[in-house]
Design a protein around this ligand. Structure first.
Ligand SMILES: Nc1nc2c(ncn2[C@@H]2O[C@H](COP(=O)(O)OP(=O)(O)OP(=O)(O)O)[C@@H](O)[C@H]2O)c(=O)[nH]1
Length: 258
């Protein structure tokens, strides 16, 4: 007949004091029980050491630094304010001084993508300040104003600066802003598309005033950054240019009558 060993290892019943004695840990009794009931309990150093190399798993989404660039007056601040608050402030234009940021969380396929969006001053005199921020940027939204040919012509110079100061794999999106200004338009949509094709960057027209494509611009960037950070880029599962084409070619809602 097979024998079973019913005896239990006494270690199972060791008290915390016994374990501490074995491990040579002295515990000072302050007389104040901890909320867990294990007065002054601290895991033995051996146990703490085991945890040292553990990866800390956090629910916090990774922060992606995104910068708005372009000539003064193209609408960088307005675009960010529209995305952040849904509001457009027309009227007096006051140029941005220096640089500042807003943090927004965008949900992409049930995953939270945190964008730290930096609004830069477009004026030449702040250029050296803003260059310093390019280096660790993950995405750049480069704006021109469709009513201002100079701001469009300057895009080539901006792309030159980006190549010089930003990382090679930075996500770049060209935005032709103020698309609501039909009568004053100086740059056709096709011109924007052609320039974007030439530099192999994504493109869309936006309007901080009407809200056209404002959300889409940031969501497309967030999608691209999410794909890159999860390594999906290699499998070609997402292409920001195709995504924008699909989204912008979707039938729009009928024109408002009010
Ligand atoms: N019609 C129209 N006006 C816009 C739009 N976006 C911005 N504006 C106006 O253009 C002017 C300049 O906008 P800003 O957002 O301050 O421009 P900016 O690029 O941030 O300028 P800097 O801070 O100098 O770099 C303001 O008077 C805005 O109201 C738009 O989409 N449509």
């Amino acid at each position: 007949m097979a024998q079973t060993d019913d005896s239990m290892d006494d270690d199972v019943f060791e008290t915390v004091d016994d374990v501490n004695k074995k491990l040579n840990i002295s515990v000072k009794n302050t007389g104040h029980p901890s909320p867990t009931g294990y007065r002054n309990y601290r895991p033995p150093p051996e146990v703490l050491k085991l945890c040292e190399n553990d990866v800390i798993v956090s629910d916090e989404p990774v922060l992606h630094k995104t910068i708005l660039l372009g000539d003064s007056g193209v609408g960088k601040t307005s675009l960010l304010v529209k995305f952040d608050t849904g509001k457009f402030q027309s009227g007096n234009f006051s140029a941005t001084v220096g640089i500042g940021f807003t943090t927004k969380v965008v949900t992409v396929d049930n995953t939270k993508v945190k964008l730290q969006i930096w609004d830069t001053a477009g004026q030449e005199r702040f250029r050296s300040v803003t260059h310093a921020y390019y280096r660790d940027a993950h995405a750049l939204l480069l704006l021109y104003d469709v009513t201002n040919k100079i701001s469009y012509d300057n895009i080539r110079a901006w792309l030159g600066e980006i190549r010089e100061y930003a990382q090679d794999d930075v996500v770049i999106m060209l935005l032709g802003n103020k698309a609501d200004c039909g009568m004053d338009r100086a740059i056709r949509r096709e011109d924007g598309e052609r320039l974007a094709r030439e530099y192999n960057v994504a493109f869309m027209e936006t309007s901080a005033k009407s809200g056209q494509n404002v959300e889409l611009a940031f969501v497309a960037v967030a999608r691209e950054l999410k794909c890159r950070s999860t390594g999906q880029k290699d499998t070609n599962t997402f292409n920001v240019k195709d995504y924008i084409r699909e989204q912008t070619e979707k039938p729009q809602c009928p024109p408002c009558t009010t």
